[in-house]
Design a protein around this ligand. Structure first.
Ligand code: 9UX
Length: 72
């Protein structure tokens, strides 16, 4: 069953940041869809068997901070 994870991503200040984060998340194994919103600082990730620490690490490697806000 695909699951959805939401994270708060801080440090993004422009749409290029948003794209960098979106692409970083999209590159993680199991991720099917990643939506990142600049204003709300929320990243919504849909995937199957996603490893949360791997997602956080991918975002951190791009220079942003991520914390999980919800899981289901
Ligand atoms: Mo432009 Mo967003 O340097 O950091 S990509 S503000």
């Amino acid at each position: 069953m695909p699951e959805k994870i939401e994270l708060t991503v801080t440090g993004m200040t422009c749409e290029h940041c948003v794209r960098a984060v979106t692409e970083a998340i999209s590159g993680v194994e199991g991720v099917l869809e990643a939506k990142v919103d600049l204003d709300s600082q929320l990243a919504s990730v849909i995937g199957d068997g996603i490893d949360l620490p791997t997602v956080v690490a991918a975002i951190t490697e791009e220079g942003y901070e991520a914390t999980q806000t919800t899981a289901s």
